[in-house]
Ligand binder design. Structure first.
Ligand code: TXA
Ligand code: MG
Length: 333
Protein backbone atom coordinates (compact mmCIF):
# COMPACT_ATOMS: atom_id res chain seq x y z
CA UNK A 1 0.00 0.00 0.00
CA UNK A 2 1.34 3.46 -0.91
CA UNK A 3 0.26 5.01 2.43
CA UNK A 4 3.00 6.97 4.19
CA UNK A 5 2.97 8.99 7.41
CA UNK A 6 2.66 12.69 6.60
CA UNK A 7 6.04 13.63 8.11
CA UNK A 8 8.40 16.11 6.50
CA UNK A 9 10.37 13.41 4.66
CA UNK A 10 7.29 11.97 3.00
CA UNK A 11 5.77 15.39 2.27
CA UNK A 12 8.99 16.26 0.42
CA UNK A 13 8.79 12.95 -1.41
CA UNK A 14 5.19 13.65 -2.44
CA UNK A 15 6.16 17.16 -3.58
CA UNK A 16 8.88 15.63 -5.77
CA UNK A 17 6.35 13.25 -7.29
CA UNK A 18 4.09 16.23 -8.09
CA UNK A 19 6.93 18.34 -9.47
CA UNK A 20 7.91 15.49 -11.78
CA UNK A 21 4.38 15.29 -13.16
CA UNK A 22 2.98 12.54 -10.94
CA UNK A 23 -0.07 12.51 -8.68
CA UNK A 24 -0.31 12.22 -4.88
CA UNK A 25 -3.13 12.06 -2.34
CA UNK A 26 -2.97 14.30 0.71
CA UNK A 27 -5.12 15.35 3.68
CA UNK A 28 -6.93 18.67 3.99
CA UNK A 29 -9.22 19.87 6.79
CA UNK A 30 -12.26 18.89 4.68
CA UNK A 31 -11.56 15.65 2.78
CA UNK A 32 -8.52 13.99 1.18
CA UNK A 33 -7.49 15.40 -2.19
CA UNK A 34 -5.87 13.80 -5.23
CA UNK A 35 -3.28 16.35 -6.30
CA UNK A 36 -1.44 17.30 -9.47
CA UNK A 37 0.67 20.30 -10.47
CA UNK A 38 -1.93 22.63 -11.99
CA UNK A 39 0.47 23.66 -14.76
CA UNK A 40 1.17 20.08 -15.89
CA UNK A 41 -1.61 18.98 -18.23
CA UNK A 42 -0.43 15.35 -18.37
CA UNK A 43 -0.71 15.17 -14.60
CA UNK A 44 -4.16 16.78 -14.72
CA UNK A 45 -5.25 14.22 -17.32
CA UNK A 46 -4.02 11.46 -15.00
CA UNK A 47 -6.21 12.81 -12.16
CA UNK A 48 -9.30 12.72 -14.39
CA UNK A 49 -8.40 9.20 -15.56
CA UNK A 50 -7.72 7.76 -12.09
CA UNK A 51 -10.98 9.20 -10.72
CA UNK A 52 -12.87 8.29 -13.91
CA UNK A 53 -14.09 11.85 -13.75
CA UNK A 54 -15.77 13.50 -16.75
CA UNK A 55 -13.78 16.41 -18.13
CA UNK A 56 -16.70 18.82 -17.84
CA UNK A 57 -16.20 18.76 -14.06
CA UNK A 58 -13.59 21.40 -13.15
CA UNK A 59 -10.95 20.96 -10.43
CA UNK A 60 -10.21 23.12 -7.40
CA UNK A 61 -6.76 24.72 -7.37
CA UNK A 62 -5.08 24.74 -3.95
CA UNK A 63 -2.64 27.46 -2.92
CA UNK A 64 -0.48 28.00 0.15
CA UNK A 65 0.01 31.78 -0.08
CA UNK A 66 -2.47 34.57 -0.62
CA UNK A 67 -0.13 36.13 -3.22
CA UNK A 68 -0.43 33.09 -5.48
CA UNK A 69 -3.90 34.40 -6.39
CA UNK A 70 -2.22 37.02 -8.55
CA UNK A 71 -0.53 34.29 -10.59
CA UNK A 72 -3.85 32.56 -11.33
CA UNK A 73 -6.60 35.17 -11.33
CA UNK A 74 -7.39 37.95 -13.80
CA UNK A 75 -8.43 40.65 -11.34
CA UNK A 76 -8.85 43.19 -14.16
CA UNK A 77 -12.09 41.45 -15.12
CA UNK A 78 -13.60 41.94 -11.65
CA UNK A 79 -15.63 45.00 -10.71
CA UNK A 80 -14.21 47.02 -7.78
CA UNK A 81 -16.93 45.69 -5.40
CA UNK A 82 -16.12 42.13 -6.45
CA UNK A 83 -12.42 42.81 -5.87
CA UNK A 84 -13.24 44.05 -2.38
CA UNK A 85 -15.31 40.93 -1.72
CA UNK A 86 -12.37 38.72 -2.66
CA UNK A 87 -10.04 40.61 -0.32
CA UNK A 88 -12.54 40.50 2.53
CA UNK A 89 -13.37 36.82 2.13
CA UNK A 90 -9.71 35.81 1.80
CA UNK A 91 -8.85 37.79 4.90
CA UNK A 92 -11.73 36.34 6.92
CA UNK A 93 -11.86 32.70 5.83
CA UNK A 94 -8.43 31.74 4.46
CA UNK A 95 -6.85 29.42 5.22
CA UNK A 96 -10.09 27.48 5.53
CA UNK A 97 -12.87 25.56 3.78
CA UNK A 98 -13.93 28.29 1.33
CA UNK A 99 -13.34 27.97 -2.42
CA UNK A 100 -13.65 31.11 -4.54
CA UNK A 101 -14.63 30.95 -8.21
CA UNK A 102 -12.73 33.76 -9.96
CA UNK A 103 -11.84 34.80 -13.54
CA UNK A 104 -8.74 32.91 -14.63
CA UNK A 105 -5.56 34.06 -16.29
CA UNK A 106 -4.74 32.37 -19.62
CA UNK A 107 -1.83 30.46 -18.05
CA UNK A 108 -4.23 28.30 -16.00
CA UNK A 109 -4.79 25.24 -18.22
CA UNK A 110 -8.31 24.79 -19.54
CA UNK A 111 -8.18 21.15 -18.51
CA UNK A 112 -8.16 22.22 -14.84
CA UNK A 113 -11.20 24.45 -15.32
CA UNK A 114 -13.16 22.30 -17.79
CA UNK A 115 -12.76 25.02 -20.38
CA UNK A 116 -14.43 27.67 -18.23
CA UNK A 117 -13.24 31.27 -18.01
CA UNK A 118 -13.16 30.89 -14.23
CA UNK A 119 -10.95 28.98 -11.82
CA UNK A 120 -11.91 27.69 -8.36
CA UNK A 121 -9.28 28.51 -5.74
CA UNK A 122 -8.89 27.26 -2.21
CA UNK A 123 -6.35 27.93 0.55
CA UNK A 124 -6.67 24.86 2.80
CA UNK A 125 -6.23 24.98 6.56
CA UNK A 126 -4.10 21.88 7.01
CA UNK A 127 -0.38 21.82 7.77
CA UNK A 128 0.33 18.84 5.50
CA UNK A 129 -1.50 20.35 2.53
CA UNK A 130 0.21 23.70 3.07
CA UNK A 131 3.69 22.15 3.33
CA UNK A 132 3.08 20.06 0.23
CA UNK A 133 1.89 23.02 -1.85
CA UNK A 134 4.61 25.22 -0.40
CA UNK A 135 7.24 22.69 -1.51
CA UNK A 136 6.08 23.14 -5.12
CA UNK A 137 8.04 26.37 -5.31
CA UNK A 138 7.09 30.03 -5.57
CA UNK A 139 3.50 30.40 -6.79
CA UNK A 140 3.14 26.63 -6.78
CA UNK A 141 -0.45 25.43 -6.97
CA UNK A 142 -1.97 21.97 -6.73
CA UNK A 143 -5.18 21.03 -8.52
CA UNK A 144 -6.98 18.51 -6.37
CA UNK A 145 -10.43 16.99 -6.50
CA UNK A 146 -11.53 14.79 -3.64
CA UNK A 147 -9.56 11.52 -3.79
CA UNK A 148 -12.48 9.18 -4.53
CA UNK A 149 -13.70 7.48 -7.69
CA UNK A 150 -16.16 9.82 -9.43
CA UNK A 151 -19.62 9.71 -7.83
CA UNK A 152 -18.59 7.72 -4.75
CA UNK A 153 -18.34 8.81 -1.10
CA UNK A 154 -15.58 11.33 -0.39
CA UNK A 155 -12.55 10.10 1.60
CA UNK A 156 -11.95 11.47 5.09
CA UNK A 157 -9.19 8.99 5.98
CA UNK A 158 -6.07 7.76 4.18
CA UNK A 159 -7.49 4.22 4.37
CA UNK A 160 -10.51 5.30 2.29
CA UNK A 161 -8.17 6.56 -0.43
CA UNK A 162 -6.06 3.41 -0.27
CA UNK A 163 -9.11 1.16 -0.54
CA UNK A 164 -10.62 3.11 -3.45
CA UNK A 165 -7.64 4.26 -5.51
CA UNK A 166 -4.59 2.69 -3.83
CA UNK A 167 -3.48 0.68 -6.84
CA UNK A 168 -3.31 3.81 -9.02
CA UNK A 169 -1.81 6.43 -6.70
CA UNK A 170 1.93 6.14 -5.94
CA UNK A 171 1.77 8.09 -2.68
CA UNK A 172 -0.96 8.71 -0.13
CA UNK A 173 0.05 10.94 2.78
CA UNK A 174 -1.71 9.85 5.98
CA UNK A 175 -2.55 12.89 8.09
CA UNK A 176 -5.26 11.17 10.15
CA UNK A 177 -9.00 11.76 9.88
CA UNK A 178 -10.17 15.07 8.37
CA UNK A 179 -11.33 17.60 10.94
CA UNK A 180 -14.33 19.05 9.06
CA UNK A 181 -15.38 16.06 6.98
CA UNK A 182 -17.47 17.76 4.29
CA UNK A 183 -15.97 19.61 1.33
CA UNK A 184 -15.31 23.32 1.08
CA UNK A 185 -18.04 25.82 0.32
CA UNK A 186 -17.78 26.85 -3.34
CA UNK A 187 -18.62 30.54 -3.81
CA UNK A 188 -18.93 32.31 -7.15
CA UNK A 189 -17.66 35.78 -6.36
CA UNK A 190 -20.35 37.43 -8.47
CA UNK A 191 -18.54 38.63 -11.52
CA UNK A 192 -16.54 36.22 -13.61
CA UNK A 193 -18.13 35.94 -16.99
CA UNK A 194 -19.95 38.67 -18.85
CA UNK A 195 -23.67 38.70 -18.29
CA UNK A 196 -23.52 37.29 -14.78
CA UNK A 197 -25.13 39.23 -11.99
CA UNK A 198 -22.87 41.02 -9.53
CA UNK A 199 -24.08 38.85 -6.67
CA UNK A 200 -21.95 36.32 -4.79
CA UNK A 201 -23.57 32.91 -4.88
CA UNK A 202 -22.86 29.65 -3.09
CA UNK A 203 -22.62 26.91 -5.71
CA UNK A 204 -21.94 24.15 -3.17
CA UNK A 205 -22.66 24.41 0.56
CA UNK A 206 -19.70 23.24 2.64
CA UNK A 207 -17.39 23.86 5.58
CA UNK A 208 -17.98 27.64 5.75
CA UNK A 209 -21.66 28.22 6.51
CA UNK A 210 -24.06 30.56 4.71
CA UNK A 211 -24.59 32.35 8.02
CA UNK A 212 -20.83 32.96 8.47
CA UNK A 213 -20.52 34.27 4.91
CA UNK A 214 -23.49 36.63 5.36
CA UNK A 215 -21.90 38.12 8.45
CA UNK A 216 -19.16 39.38 6.17
CA UNK A 217 -21.13 39.85 2.93
CA UNK A 218 -24.88 40.14 3.60
CA UNK A 219 -25.84 39.77 -0.09
CA UNK A 220 -24.53 36.21 -0.45
CA UNK A 221 -27.14 33.96 -2.04
CA UNK A 222 -27.34 30.22 -2.23
CA UNK A 223 -28.23 28.46 -5.46
CA UNK A 224 -28.47 24.91 -6.63
CA UNK A 225 -28.95 23.66 -3.12
CA UNK A 226 -30.39 20.22 -2.80
CA UNK A 227 -33.47 21.10 -0.78
CA UNK A 228 -36.15 18.69 0.36
CA UNK A 229 -37.73 17.04 -2.67
CA UNK A 230 -35.57 19.16 -4.94
CA UNK A 231 -32.24 17.69 -5.87
CA UNK A 232 -31.09 19.93 -8.70
CA UNK A 233 -29.87 18.31 -11.88
CA UNK A 234 -26.62 19.05 -13.61
CA UNK A 235 -26.45 22.74 -14.53
CA UNK A 236 -23.65 23.17 -17.03
CA UNK A 237 -23.67 26.95 -16.89
CA UNK A 238 -23.37 27.87 -13.26
CA UNK A 239 -21.87 24.90 -11.51
CA UNK A 240 -20.48 22.14 -13.63
CA UNK A 241 -19.86 19.02 -11.68
CA UNK A 242 -22.70 19.60 -9.25
CA UNK A 243 -24.55 16.48 -10.19
CA UNK A 244 -27.83 15.19 -8.94
CA UNK A 245 -26.27 11.88 -7.95
CA UNK A 246 -22.95 12.15 -6.19
CA UNK A 247 -21.15 11.13 -2.99
CA UNK A 248 -23.11 7.91 -3.18
CA UNK A 249 -22.62 4.63 -1.35
CA UNK A 250 -23.31 1.38 -3.22
CA UNK A 251 -25.96 0.33 -0.68
CA UNK A 252 -29.40 1.95 -1.22
CA UNK A 253 -29.72 5.02 1.00
CA UNK A 254 -32.98 6.42 2.42
CA UNK A 255 -33.31 9.76 4.22
CA UNK A 256 -35.61 10.64 7.09
CA UNK A 257 -36.40 13.57 9.31
CA UNK A 258 -35.47 13.30 12.95
CA UNK A 259 -39.06 12.39 13.90
CA UNK A 260 -39.42 9.76 11.18
CA UNK A 261 -36.13 8.24 12.19
CA UNK A 262 -37.32 7.75 15.77
CA UNK A 263 -40.48 5.94 14.65
CA UNK A 264 -38.99 3.69 11.95
CA UNK A 265 -39.47 -0.02 12.44
CA UNK A 266 -36.05 -1.66 12.85
CA UNK A 267 -35.66 -4.05 9.94
CA UNK A 268 -33.00 -6.79 10.21
CA UNK A 269 -30.25 -6.20 7.64
CA UNK A 270 -30.93 -2.44 7.50
CA UNK A 271 -28.52 0.09 9.04
CA UNK A 272 -29.57 3.28 10.84
CA UNK A 273 -27.33 6.35 10.81
CA UNK A 274 -28.21 9.06 13.34
CA UNK A 275 -26.95 12.61 13.65
CA UNK A 276 -24.43 13.19 16.46
CA UNK A 277 -24.94 15.56 19.39
CA UNK A 278 -23.29 18.41 17.48
CA UNK A 279 -23.48 19.27 13.81
CA UNK A 280 -19.68 19.55 13.65
CA UNK A 281 -19.32 15.97 14.82
CA UNK A 282 -22.03 14.81 12.41
CA UNK A 283 -20.18 16.40 9.49
CA UNK A 284 -16.80 15.08 10.58
CA UNK A 285 -18.10 11.52 10.75
CA UNK A 286 -20.59 11.52 7.87
CA UNK A 287 -18.51 10.03 5.05
CA UNK A 288 -16.54 7.75 7.38
CA UNK A 289 -19.72 6.22 8.80
CA UNK A 290 -21.40 5.87 5.40
CA UNK A 291 -18.23 4.27 4.09
CA UNK A 292 -18.12 1.77 6.96
CA UNK A 293 -21.84 0.91 6.66
CA UNK A 294 -21.44 0.51 2.90
CA UNK A 295 -18.96 -2.32 3.51
CA UNK A 296 -20.88 -4.19 6.17
CA UNK A 297 -23.30 -6.02 3.90
CA UNK A 298 -26.52 -4.15 4.78
CA UNK A 299 -29.33 -4.18 2.22
CA UNK A 300 -30.32 -0.58 3.02
CA UNK A 301 -29.02 2.39 4.99
CA UNK A 302 -31.44 4.82 6.68
CA UNK A 303 -29.91 8.20 7.50
CA UNK A 304 -31.23 11.05 9.60
CA UNK A 305 -31.23 14.51 8.01
CA UNK A 306 -29.62 17.42 9.88
CA UNK A 307 -31.48 20.61 10.83
CA UNK A 308 -31.53 22.91 7.74
CA UNK A 309 -29.03 25.48 9.00
CA UNK A 310 -25.32 26.01 9.47
CA UNK A 311 -23.26 22.95 8.57
CA UNK A 312 -26.56 21.06 8.30
CA UNK A 313 -27.00 22.55 4.80
CA UNK A 314 -23.79 20.86 3.63
CA UNK A 315 -24.62 17.58 5.38
CA UNK A 316 -28.11 17.45 3.85
CA UNK A 317 -26.81 18.44 0.42
CA UNK A 318 -24.38 15.50 0.50
CA UNK A 319 -27.01 13.11 1.88
CA UNK A 320 -29.57 14.08 -0.77
CA UNK A 321 -27.13 13.64 -3.60
CA UNK A 322 -25.95 10.38 -2.05
CA UNK A 323 -29.56 9.14 -1.94
CA UNK A 324 -30.53 10.44 -5.39
CA UNK A 325 -29.71 7.27 -7.30
CA UNK A 326 -31.67 5.18 -4.78
CA UNK A 327 -34.55 7.07 -6.30
CA UNK A 328 -37.26 6.39 -3.76
CA UNK A 329 -37.15 9.87 -2.25
CA UNK A 330 -37.36 10.57 1.40
CA UNK A 331 -40.14 8.80 3.12
CA UNK A 332 -39.25 5.24 2.28
CA UNK A 333 -39.46 2.70 5.09
O1 TXA B 1 -12.94 20.58 0.23
C1 TXA B 1 -12.74 20.52 -0.97
O2 TXA B 1 -13.08 21.42 -1.74
C2 TXA B 1 -12.01 19.28 -1.53
C3 TXA B 1 -10.59 19.24 -0.97
C4 TXA B 1 -9.76 18.14 -1.59
O3 TXA B 1 -9.99 20.48 -1.12
N1 TXA B 1 -12.03 19.28 -2.95
C5 TXA B 1 -13.15 19.02 -3.68
O4 TXA B 1 -12.97 18.95 -5.05
O5 TXA B 1 -14.22 18.84 -3.17
P1 TXA B 1 -14.03 18.29 -6.05
O6 TXA B 1 -13.30 18.17 -7.34
O7 TXA B 1 -14.53 17.03 -5.50
O8 TXA B 1 -15.14 19.35 -6.23
C6 TXA B 1 -14.89 20.50 -7.01
C7 TXA B 1 -16.17 21.18 -7.40
C8 TXA B 1 -16.62 20.84 -8.81
O9 TXA B 1 -17.30 19.64 -8.89
C9 TXA B 1 -17.48 22.03 -9.14
O10 TXA B 1 -18.76 21.83 -8.62
C10 TXA B 1 -16.80 23.16 -8.39
O11 TXA B 1 -15.96 22.58 -7.45
N2 TXA B 1 -15.99 23.99 -9.31
C11 TXA B 1 -14.68 23.89 -9.61
N3 TXA B 1 -14.31 24.83 -10.50
C12 TXA B 1 -15.41 25.54 -10.77
C13 TXA B 1 -15.68 26.68 -11.62
N4 TXA B 1 -14.73 27.25 -12.36
N5 TXA B 1 -16.94 27.16 -11.63
C14 TXA B 1 -17.91 26.60 -10.88
N6 TXA B 1 -17.73 25.54 -10.05
C15 TXA B 1 -16.49 25.02 -10.00
MG1 MG C 1 -15.61 15.42 -5.03
Amino acid sequence: MPVFPADSVHIRYAANVLREGGIAAFPTETVYGLGADVFNTDALARVFAVKRRPRFDPLIVHIAHRDTLDALVDFSVLTPPAQRRVALLAETFWPGPLTLVLPKLPRVPGLATAGLATVAIRFPDHPVALQLIGAMGENGAVAAPSANPFGYLSPTRAAHVAAQLGDQVPVILDGGPCRIGVESTVLDIGYGESGKADTPRILRPGGVTLEALREVIPTVEIVEIAAAGNVPSHDAQSSPGLLKSHYAPTTPLYLHSREEMRSLPKIPGHAYLYMEETVQKSAARLFDKLNALDHEGYTAIHAELAPEEGLGLAINDRLRRAAAKTGAGQDHR
